[in-house]
Every structure is written in structure tokens, then in C-alpha cells.
Design a protein around this ligand. Structure first.
Ligand code: HEM
Length: 202
């Protein structure tokens, strides 16, 4: 039987990354709007809060980016982490390093961990736009906006390389479901961190 006779199969993208992209598109747009509503590139004060949000998310994922088993699957994984870059950005701008916010991801399974990392990696695509706006404020990939810098080898190449490995990993049906949930949870976490840094008094 051909898949065309099964509309549900036709709607489900074959690749895991494509499925996750489809599943989280609305959440991405909501996050993008939420970030935009705070106008982070219109004042250093607002940018600082956006940066604190980025730092918190990156630092929550730092352990996963440096996980030895995950680095066996993705040989460049540790070098993809931007927690240190975000920390250096905070230091550049003389901003406080925010305290950890309760509710960070704890001891995830492999599918969950990699899907959170994938959300973080995807944000490097949007960062191509964001760094231009940061540059207009006098920041750069060597001062204050290091975490938005283009990765060595290029944004799209790094993103495709990540997804090629991610898509080729065998997941059980349970792990596929974990990945779907993880994409939702990662975007929710970013919303929480965004609310936190914009409401906390620095
Ligand atoms: C920290 C917040 C953000 C996160 C976590 C994030 C995450 C992602 C992810 C996961 C993707 C890849 C989508 C997929 O294929 O599954 C993506 C792509 C993209 N994001 Fe974001 N994003 C963030 C903020 C933004 C913002 C503020 C903008 C607005 C400028 C933006 C613009 C884009 C663009 C233009 C793409 C590329 C779409 C494409 O060409 O496929 N992102 N982002």
C-alpha cells in the first residue's frame, strides 16, 4: 500500500528533525514574539536581560553539551556550547551573573537531552539576525554579543551537521515521544527564563 492512501502518514514528516520543527513552529514564533516584545535591541538595559536569559539557558545545558557519551555521538558537541561565551558577554557589560532558576532540566534521557540541545542549536540560526541588531548597538562577537557569533564553518553547515547525526540515531517509539515532549519543554523553559530575567530586579 502506498503512503498516499494513508493521509496521516503523508502529513507526518519522515525525518525526526522535520517533525520536531513542525511540532514546535508555533512555540518558536511565540518565543520570538515574546523576545521582541521586550525590545532587547533598543536599550542596553533590555539587552542585558535578554543576555541573562540566554546565559541561564546555556548554563543549564552546559553539562549536557559536555556529556562524554553525547560527545561520542557528536564529536564537536562540547565546542558548540555557548555558556562561556554568554558569561563573557555578561562580564563585558559589567552585568551580574544571574542565580540559577529552579526548574532546570535534570538527568534527562538521551532523546530528551539531544532535543533540548537541538533547540539551543537552532537558536544559532535566529542569532544571525540578532547579532546584526546587536552590532547596531555597538556590540560584537568579541564584546557583549559573543554568544550570538557565527560558529566556525558557518551557521547552516553546523545546523545541518547536527541534524544529520540527530536524525540518524535510532530512537524507540517512546524516545520519539520523549523528543516531541522535550521540544515543547525547552521552549517553555525559555519562556520561563525570559519572564524571570525581565521581572527580576538586577
Ligand atoms: C532563544 C530564543 C530562540 C530559540 C531557542 C530559537 C530556536 C530555534 C530553532 C530550534 C530553530 C530551528 C527550527 C527547526 O528547524 O526546528 C530556529 C530557527 C530560526 N529562528 Fe529561532 N530561536 C530563538 C529566537 C529567535 C529569534 C528572536 C528570532 C528572530 C530574529 C529567530 C529567528 C529564527 C530564524 C530566522 C530561523 C531559521 C528558520 C529557517 O531558516 O529554517 N529565532 N530557531
Amino acid at each position: 500500500m502506498s503512503a498516499i492512501q494513508n493521509p496521516a502518514a503523508a502529513e507526518q514528516p519522515a525525518l525526526r528533525s522535520a517533525r520536531l520543527r513542525q511540532a514546535s513552529a508555533v512555540l518558536h514564533d511565540q518565543l520570538e514574539h515574546a523576545v521582541g516584545a521586550h525590545a532587547p535591541f533598543e536599550s542596553r538595559e533590555s539587552y542585558g536581560r535578554f543576555l541573562q536569559m540566554q546565559y541561564l539557558f546555556q548554563s543549564e545545558l552546559k553539562g549536557l553539551y559536555n556529556d562524554p557519551e553525547l560527545n561520542q555521538l557528536f564529536p564537536d558537541l562540547a565546542s558548540r556550547c555557548r555558556a562561556d561565551a554568554a558569561l563573557a558577554d555578561l562580564n563585558d557589560l559589567g552585568l551580574a551573573v544571574p542565580a540559577a532558576v529552579p526548574g532546570a532540566l535534570i538527568a534527562p534521557n538521551r532523546a530528551t537531552a539531544l532535543t533540548w540541545i537541538r533547540v539551543s542549536e537552532g537558536s544559532k540560526l535566529g542569532a544571525a539576525i540578532l547579532i546584526k541588531r546587536a552590532e547596531a548597538m555597538g556590540l560584537s562577537e568579541t564584546f557583549g554579543a559573543r554568544h550570538l557569533a557565527e560558529p566556525e564553518g558557518g551557521r547552516m553547515r553546523g545546523w545541518k551537521a547536527f541534524n544529520a547525526i540527530f536524525d540518524a540515531l535510532p530512537f524507540t517509539p517512546t524516545e520519539e515521544a520523549d523528543a516531541d515532549q522535550a521540544a515543547v519543554d525547552a521552549f517553555s523553559r525559555l519562556q520561563i527564563l525570559l519572564q524571570h530575567t525581565y521581572s527580576a530586579h538586577a
